[in-house]
Design a protein around this ligand. Sequence first.
Ligand code: SF4
Length: 453
Amino acid sequence: MSENIRVIENATCTFCGCVCDDQILTVDMDAKRITKVQNTCVLGRAWFTEHAHEDRPEAIIGGKEATTAEAVEAAAQILAAARFPVIYGLSDTTCEAQRQAVAIADMLGGNIDTTTSVCHGPSGIAFEGVGESTSTLGEIRNRADLVVFWGGNPAESHPRLFGRYAVTPKGMYVPNGKRDRTVVLVDVRRTKSAPVADIFIQVKPGKDFEVLWALRALVKGRPVDPGIEATTGVSLATLEDLAARMKSCRYGALLFGMGLTMTRGRHFNSGALLALATDLNRYTHFVAKPVRGHGNVTGADNVVSWQTGFPFGVNFSRGFPRFNPGEFTTVDLLSRGDADAALIIASDPASNFPRAAVERLGEIPVIVLDPKATETGRLARVAFTTATYGINVPGTVYRMDDVAIGLRPAFDSPYPSDEDVLMAIKQRLEELTGAGKGAAAVAAQGTAAGPAA
Ligand code: SF4
C-alpha cells in the first residue's frame, strides 16, 4: 500500500435508496482505490471497494474508439435529427445531471422518463390521486412504535434500513429501540427480512389490495366477512389484531416495496395503502413511505417534478409537459415502436426491459452514458464512459425520504461526469437547432440595458 492515504469521513454511499452518509473511507490515492469502508453494509462495501474503472475508452462510436468530444458531436447530431427522442434512466446519477437531461428533453420536444416507471411509478400515480402522509426516516427512527413493512425485503435490498432507522435504533420516543417497537412484515413469502418481524403475515400472491381494503374497513369499524381468509390467506382475527395495533400505536409507519407496487393492482395497491394511512390519522399519527431502490431514484422524481410538474413519463412534443403513464413511459413507447432515438443515462434497460422494447432499442440510434460496460452500451451507436457519482463526482442526491444529501467523492476519474457530457450535448444541440437563441437574446439585452426584468 502506498503512503498516500486519505481518510474521508461522512462519505455517502449511493448504492441503495438509504443513501447512508456516515461512511468512513480509507483511500489509497496513488492506486486510486478505496481500501477500507467503515459504517457500511455488505452492499456498500462492495460498491466502494470493488469500484475500479476498467481500462475503457473515453467513448465508442459505431464500435470504434473515439474521444469524448467526437462522441458529443455524434450524439448531438443523432438527437437533433430525431423526431421522437426518448431520454431514460437517471436513477444512478446526480441531481445536477438529471437537471441537464430534463433541459435537453424540453429543448428537443422529446420524452423524458426515469427508472421510477418500472419500480415505484404506481406509487407516483397514487400520490397524485390519494396524497401522502409523509415523514423523514429520522422521524421514524425517533418516534415509530409500530413499523409495517409491506411487499419488500429490506434485509437484502437495503441492509441498513433496519439498524439505522426502522427496527433496532434507539430513538427520542423509543429509547429502548426494538423493545419499544412492534415490527410487522406483510409479504407473499418468508424472506430474510422475516426474522426481524414480531408478526409475519403471509398474503396470497396478488391479494394485497383485498387485505388493505379489509384493513380500511376494520379501522373504520365496518364488518368484514370471515371469508376474507379464503380469498387472501389472512384470517379475519389476524386482520382485526393488526387494525387494533395500528389504531392504538403512538406513531405508525407503513414502508412499502415493489412487492406491492409491481404486482396485480399496482397503483390501486399503493393507493389503498396510502388511503389506509390517511384513515389511521383519525386515530393516531401514521405515515407511509415507499422503500426506494437505486441511490438517486428519489432525486430523479424530485428533479423531473420540479421542472415539469410530473415525476416520470413526461412528454414535451406539444411544447409543454404532458404526463401519461402507459403512453409516455419508456417500456410502452419502445414496445409500440414509437421512439426514433434514445439517450440512456446511468441505466441498463436492455438487460431488464421486455423483449419488444429491447428490440426497438436495437433498431434505433442509442446513446449511452455509463461508468461501466452494460448490455445497453453494447447495442449503443454512441457510448460514453463517465465517472461514478459519489466515488468520483460531487453533487446532490436524495435519500428515499426526499432528504437532499451532498456527495463527498474519494478520488478523481479520468472520465467526465454525466453532467459534463450532458451539458456539452445540450450546448451543441443549441447550436444545431437554434434552440436557446431567444434566451441568449434576452440575456444579452439584459446585459446591454441593465438587468433583464
Ligand atoms: S444500506 Fe444502502 S446506502 Fe447504506 S451502506 Fe448499505 S448499500 Fe449503501
